[in-house]
Design a binder for this molecule. Structure first.
Ligand SMILES: [Zn+2]
Length: 188
């Protein structure tokens, strides 16, 4: 998938996760936005798109660690263990550091970031050459479906649409909040 397609998948995943978490309209926008950011480009598992990463990779002898090293393309950043570990930490934080018996206020933003990042890894496991690593940066596996084929485009296009349909379904097509916020803004 190209960057734009990864963004669309991340957007759809973030929106869906936000809906499942019961977020309101503003929250949903943040869920989708943050997941969109961590699903594509240098702020995603494709961190090696940043020239600083590539420069560091040429200097650092990470290849000595075998299998092209953790910094290779589709290396450590594409391992599902990372978002899983992050989710574990946030969850642990949930249990240990409750504020007034509730999770930290910004915690769901971290979940949105994890969802976006994970969506990229799932997409790369299906599309494009190289798959994703099974352990760290070892043992890449993937379906290796065509990077820019019709299926990649269909999935990328369908992800946000499916999320919006879910939104409409869960909202029971009740757009009262939109009316309310519009009249509030107009009344000011
Ligand atoms: Zn990637």
């Amino acid at each position: 998938m190209n960057g734009k397609q990864h963004s669309l998948v991340g957007l759809g995943a973030g929106l869906t996760a936000g809906l499942l978490a019961g977020a309101g309209p503003v929250g949903l926008a943040v869920w989708a936005g943050v997941a969109g950011i961590t699903s594509a480009g240098p702020t995603s598992p494709d961190m090696d798109q940043d020239h600083r990463w590539r420069r560091a990779d040429t200097v650092l002898p990470d290849e000595a660690l075998g299998h092209g090293g953790p910094m290779k393309h589709r290396g450590l950043t594409h391992w599902f263990g990372l978002p899983l570990a992050a989710a574990g930490l946030v969850y642990l934080n949930d249990i240990v550091l409750l504020v007034n018996g509730r999770p930290l206020p910004v915690e769901w933003v971290l979940w949105a970031a994890i969802v976006g990042w994970s969506s990229h890894i799932v997409a790369d496991a299906a599309f494009g050459k190289g798959g994703v690593p099974l352990l760290g940066w070892y043992g890449n596996v993937g379906l290796e479906l065509s990077q820019d084929g019709i299926l990649a485009r269909a999935v990328a296009g369908a992800a946000p649409v499916a999320a919006c349909l879910l939104w409409a379904a869960t909202a029971g097509l009740d757009l009262g909040w939109l009316y309310d916020s519009a009249t509030t803004v107009a009344g000011r």
